[in-house]
Design a protein around this ligand. Structure first.
Ligand code: ADP
Ligand code: MG
Length: 229
């Protein structure tokens, strides 16, 4: 894996395949994500979304095809995966070079609204706060590519709305390329520049409709009707 060859692209995937025990889950995925672009990935449970995301994270050496991603990647899963025996700040800066790490970690925590939880233990955080800490842990690494695997799936509806607003603000400020895996069509429509659907191991566009601001948005009714979701 290497930096994507084309300077405009954060991700370039060609004929990406993955099988488990002879069963093909990814059957030739083609995907380009531009720098700073926010792509949402929809698809039925078991369609291979997490498999694709793990491949892009570099967590799956069994992936076939050609997959170019930048070295600076950060992943946020549904479960925040904070280490319980480390305080929030230590979790956020885990693995970073020491110099300046604490200051950067504090700044990232302030940015996600957790300035008051620098010294908290993860077990004392709410679900939404823990996921904010996971976002801070990702952002402090200044990723070119942010991979989000159903990051808000375990949160209640109001907390999820707040997280949407936060994620939008963070992406506007930092402009990473984003791949957001989600079940939530409305979330995809709200956040993404482009929406793709993973069906039968391949990516396709969800049908899009033009908006007054020139952006194109998915017609969720169509995607549901088609049985993609
Ligand atoms: P999604 O995230 O879209 O729900 P996944 O990528 O998790 O789907 O899984 C896609 C398919 O691949 C599923 O049928 C799942 O059982 C299978 N799969 C995923 N990971 C493994 C694994 N490590 N071993 C065997 N099968 C797997
Ligand atoms: Mg999944």
């Amino acid at each position: 894996m290497a930096v994507a060859a084309d300077g405009r692209l954060a991700v370039s995937a060609r004929r990406v395949t993955r099988e488990f025990s002879g069963r093909e889950v990814l059957s030739g995925v083609e995907l380009d994500i531009r720098r700073g672009e926010f792509v949402a990935l929809l698809g039925r449970s078991g369609s291979g979304k997490s498999t694709l995301l793990r491949a892009m994270a570099g967590l799956d050496p069994e992936t076939g095809g050609r997959l170019l991603v930048p070295p600076g990647r950060a992943v946020v899963f549904q479960d925040p995966r904070l280490q319980p025996w480390k305080r929030v700040l230590e979790n956020v800066i885990l693995g970073l070079p020491r110099a300046g790490a604490r200051e950067r970690g504090r700044a990232a925590l302030a940015e996600v609204g957790l300035a008051g939880h620098v010294r908290s233990w993860p077990a004392t955080l709410s679900g939404g706060e823990a996921q904010r800490a996971a976002l801070a842990r990702a952002l402090v690494r200044e990723p070119e590519l942010l991979l989000l695997d159903e990051p808000f799936g375990a949160l209640d509806a109001l907390t999820r709305l707040r997280m949407h607003a936060l994620l939008r603000a963070l992406c506007a400020a930092h402009r990473p390329a984003v791949l957001l895996v989600t079940h939530d069509v409305d979330e995809a429509i709200l956040l993404a520049d482009r929406i793709l659907v993973l069906t039968d191991g391949r990516l396709g566009p969800a049908r899009t409709v033009g908006l007054a601001d020139g952006r194109r948005r998915t017609d969720p009714a169509f995607a549901r009707l088609r049985g993609d979701l």
